[in-house]
Design a protein around this ligand. Sequence first.
Ligand code: DQA
Length: 172
Amino acid sequence: MATRKRATAAATEPGTPTRPRQGAVLVLHGPNLNLLGIREPEVYGRTTLDDIDRQLMAMGQELGLKVDTFQSNSEGEIVDRIQAARDKSDILLINPGAYTHTSVAIRDAILGVGIPAIELHLSNVYKREPFRHHSTIADVAIGRIMGFGAESYYLALRAARTFLDAAPKGSN
Ligand code: DQA
């Protein structure tokens, strides 16, 4: 009886994997990234978010990954989407946009669901204003990729493949 109770508790603990890995990748784009292509092109380039998502889907097929993408300008919606990914996504690629520098809620959501996350940015935030140098999720991410424009996303997807291949099955 006691053993059964323990097993039930473990299966419902945040971060406890309950299904084998299937190569499911959730890509999260934070605020203003819907404006890519027209937003400060000298900083972020001319590739649109649709172009990036299409390229990620195509690369996902080549790499044997199932890619889902989500963009929101709202912190709460991003938190909700991360929570909904629990037990569904194997890894998160997240460009939190400006929330990178402020959001404890997104950090807590990543920790809460226990899904490994790669943080990425189009620009090299360290070459920019000091307020962009701090990230609330840097120390809970597997790693960070930045400064390569749209290519940062594609590098992150390749890193996700490598990470999932290397990590023991069923672990987070
Ligand atoms: C960004 C960098 C952030 O500082 C900024 O607020 C963004 C985009 C990037 O991809 O370079 O919105 O995350």
